[in-house]
Design a protein around this ligand. Structure first.
Ligand SMILES: [Mg+2]
Ligand SMILES: [Zn+2]
Length: 201
């Protein structure tokens, strides 16, 4: 099997700007969770191309005390329901709930699953029998690119490039194979690549 690994925040759903703290972060409430445009279409496209679509996401919000486990579960259900409404499904979801500075003791860890470490991808590959060399990691952060590269996938960085990122990408050995502006453009790109590499089937 080959897979498209998707980061969640900034790829599937909108990021939230918290004005008081001046930071951009994940949604912490169900109301804040909104799908980005074209995401369902892109996921359907990936599945048509015979990719498994696997979510791999750092979610330290519970560890940091931003939300309860219950809220996280409700957000997950909302995501799945909104995708399903448009006929899109994820094959699997893998989350890292840890954080090295966690307030919740149980979740305080320097784990192997928090991206940029490749643990989530490696576990998914084992569970679902995925050939990582035929797979792609798509995310809006260099931690996503790095996790994909270490795991052995090709990588795509989503987002409008800032020039500082170029330097960081080289310093951090996190240069993606491509940069696209949204998930649908990513799907088109991978469709073309599939032809070139002859690994569509
Ligand atoms: Mg992200
Ligand atoms: Zn972890």
């Amino acid at each position: 099997m080959k897979a498209i690994f998707l980061d969640r925040d900034g790829v599937i759903n909108e990021l939230i700007y918290y004005r008081e703290q001046g930071v951009i972060d994940s949604p912490f409430t169900v109301e804040q969770f909104r799908l980005l445009p074209g995401v369902s279409e892109a996921i359907k496209k990936f599945r048509e191309m015979d990719y498994k679509v696997v979510l791999v996401s750092n979610q330290p919000g519970i560890a940091k005390g931003h939300m309860s486990r219950q809220t996280f579960e409700t957000i997950t259900k909302k995501m799945e329901a909104e995708l399903a409404k448009e006929g899109a499904f994820l094959d699997a979801e893998y989350y890292c709930f840890h954080h090295p500075e966690a307030k919740i003791k149980k979740l305080k860890a320097n784990c192997e699953c928090r991206k940029p470490k490749p643990g989530l991808l490696v576990k998914a590959a084992k569970d679902i029998d995925i050939d990582l060399s035929k797979s792609w990691m798509i995310g809006d952060g260099l931690t996503d690119v790095k996790a994909g590269k270490v795991a052995g996938t090709r990588t795509i960085l989503l987002g409008r490039m800032k020039c500082e990122l170029c330097r960081l990408m080289d310093e951090d050995d996190a240069r993606p194979d491509a940069i696209t502006s949204d998930l649908m453009e990513t799907a088109q790109f991978i469709l073309k690549q599939g032809g070139k590499h002859g690994d569509l089937h």
